[in-house]
Design a protein around this ligand. Sequence first.
Ligand code: ADP
Ligand code: MG
Length: 237
Amino acid sequence: EQDVVEYKKSLAIRVSGFDVPRPIKTFEECGFSVDLMKTIAKQAYEKPTAIQCQALPIVLSGRDIIGMAKTGSGKTAAFVLPMIVHIMDQPELEKDEGPIGVICAPTRELAHQIYLEAKKFAKSHSIRVSAVYGGMSKLEQFKELKAGCEIVVATPGRLIDMLKMKALTMFRATYLVLDEADRMFDLGFEPQIRSIVGQIRPDRQTLLFSATMPRKVEKLAREILTDPVRVTVGEVG
Ligand code: ADP
Ligand code: MG
């Protein structure tokens, strides 16, 4: 009997917010392009994970989201796939005006993993992804950003450095992801995160993912998200 209770706990899904779009059961329901569906198939992603079933329709509808689910639950694709759709929906510009999608992650390693995942899905749409984190030469990074990109995956500190160096502008950024927000706070990035968010237009779409919801993260979420839908999968924080 205990086992049954544990099982149910691990699958518990809680969703709160008003007018929440209904969850999907298959990627086909998402209305993705043929190219994007092909890339998903190539990843051998047969069906969306629990967090993806809930989050994809919410994010695709343009809503802000607070997503909580344990490591390994597929959160990256839950924000990268709608980001590709969001970018494809934007008008093409003659002149480069900076990234449309901005993803912040706590560490170089995590940012790099997200970068690789984003590249996989971006490739078929000729969307350019730039990685912005420590360990790479600032000059090289500056040059890469100057060349232009639609997606930036960054650690907060290095992104601030690049903004100060005017390697990029946030004029065009309309899709912001804060991944592992609790860890970014643990690492002392709250001021940097606040500075980055402050440089992005308020009518952006904002996605916040976190394994736990400490008071400080909750407070930030209240300040920077607009009518978010909250999705929790399993027993987290
Ligand atoms: P999280 O950010 O929640 O810790 P990740 O996004 O890193 O999880 O995903 C964990 C692993 O699951 C990755 O190897 C990813 O490629 C894989 N994955 C993501 N979505 C699916 C899916 N729908 N089907 C199968 N594997 C998936
Ligand atoms: Mg993750």
